[in-house]
Design a protein around this ligand. Structure first.
Ligand SMILES: Cc1cc2nc3c(=O)[nH]c(=O)nc-3n(C[C@H](O)[C@H](O)[C@H](O)COP(=O)(O)O)c2cc1C
Length: 365
């Protein structure tokens, strides 16, 4: 796997010298950053990048280096400037939209946001599996709560009215809310964010909130999605609503969920969230035990996410908009996902391993 990755990394025809240099610089930087705690590195590097982008020359430089030329795609009535977005959980509180816009993502999915702020699980809760080009996380929906997150998005919109970045609101429930009352948490977030985000994602597929995945069962899910569909009907502008599903569902259950989303006239599915599966990893068993539970992302997720997307596209590709997420590192990964039926793709773990040039890499032909 390492060989495949490295051969992609170093052997493909490099059209752009600057990108090659920036990749090499990122490799060097990564070897330093990887000496420190992953969560601290995340905040440190994003705060730094955001500060750089707040200055005009800094933003110009970042855009020059990383932002790809537009390759617009129409999805769910919105125009995305390219098909590559940043998956949920990276900018949970909408704190880094300026930096992420400057890097060239077409969309950033903020959240998962819950009605009230919550700390999330005890630290450490984010781990690197370097041998597998993967991460394990059990963050547990740490976020500042929907009201504050809304203020961040509003501020961003006020400061950057010309930006073409699409902002998606990924919504969830608080840990202390029972599954019976979960619909109300989703509705609260939906209504609070309705005027400030471009689309929504309903997250019932995180493995890190106890019992959350039970909400993927059709009966429980219908209560939540129906509440959102009704609320959306009352709005003057109809915004796209996606459901994000787990790769650990079997195909039949995933198809039943897709049928529900289609029946309620929602927009589509994001396939997929992280997995609890630990099969076929290079990371030694002992280390996996030391890390403990959480959602696995990155390269090991690629095949299942691709397969599930393919399966759902076969039956619902004509009715639902599909978004690919999980183990997308290269242009050929992205192409496979689009050929299987995805209209957009999202990255998270490859951004950590390949650095900010991942967007241009993926968009290269
Ligand atoms: C640290 C971390 C936190 C995440 N938090 C969320 C989250 O809050 N909500 C969500 O829907 N997905 C979350 N995800 C899942 C990602 O959005 C993405 O679907 C998943 O990691 C698969 O993509 P990847 O292989 O490119 O990382 C998180 C992933 C990571 C690594």
């Amino acid at each position: 796997m390492q060989l495949i990755y490295q051969s992609y990394y170093f052997n493909t025809k490099q059209k752009n010298k600057i990108i090659l240099i920036s990749r090499c610089m990122y490799n060097l930087l990564r070897s330093i950053l990887f000496c420190f705690d992953p969560e601290q590195v995340h905040y440190f590097s994003m705060n730094l990048l955001q500060s750089v982008c707040k200055t005009k020359p800094g933003r110009w430089f970042v855009q020059k280096l990383f932002k790809p030329a537009d390759q617009p795609v129409e999805v769910g009535g919105l125009t995305f400037r390219n098909p590559v977005g940043l998956a949920a959980g990276f900018d949970k509180n909408a704190s880094y939209l300026l930096a992420l816009d400057s890097l060239g993502f077409s969309h950033v999915e903020i959240g998962t946001v819950t009605p009230r702020a919550q700390e999330g699980n005890e630290k450490p809760r984010l781990f690197r599996l370097k041998k597998d080009y993967a991460l394990i996380n059990r963050m547990g929906f740490n976020n500042q709560g929907v009201d504050l997150v809304k203020q961040h998005v509003l501020q961003w919109r006020r400061d950057h009215p010309q930006s073409t970045l699409m902002v998606g609101g990924n919504i969830g429930k608080n840990k202390i809310t029972s599954n019976e009352d979960a619909w109300n948490d989703y509705l609260l977030c939906f209504e609070a964010l309705y005027d400030v985000v471009d689309y929504f994602t309903v997250n019932v597929s995180s493995p890190n909130t106890p019992g959350l995945r039970a909400l993927q069962e059709v009966e429980a899910l219908e209560v939540i999605l129906q509440a959102l569909a009704d609320a959306r009907r009352a709005e003057t502008v109809i915004k796209p609503v996606f459901l994000k599903i787990a790769p650990d569902m079997n195909d039949a259950d995933a198809l039943a969920v897709a049928a529900l989303v289609a029946r309620l006239n929602l927009t589509g599915l994001i396939i997929s969230n992280t997995t609890i599966d630990r099969k076929n990893l290079r990371t030694p068993e002992q280390e996996l035990e030391r890390i403990g539970p959480g959602g696995l992302s990155g390269m090991p997720l690629k095949n299942r996410a691709q397969q599930l997307l393919h399966r759902i596209a076969a039956d619902y590709g004509h009715q639902l908009v599909l978004v690919g997420s999980g183990g997308i590192f290269t242009a050929s990964d992205a192409r496979e996902r689009m050929q299987a039926g995805a209209s957009l793709i999202q990255v998270w773990t490859s951004f950590v391993y390949a650095g900010p040039s991942v967007i241009k890499n993926i968009l290269s032909k």
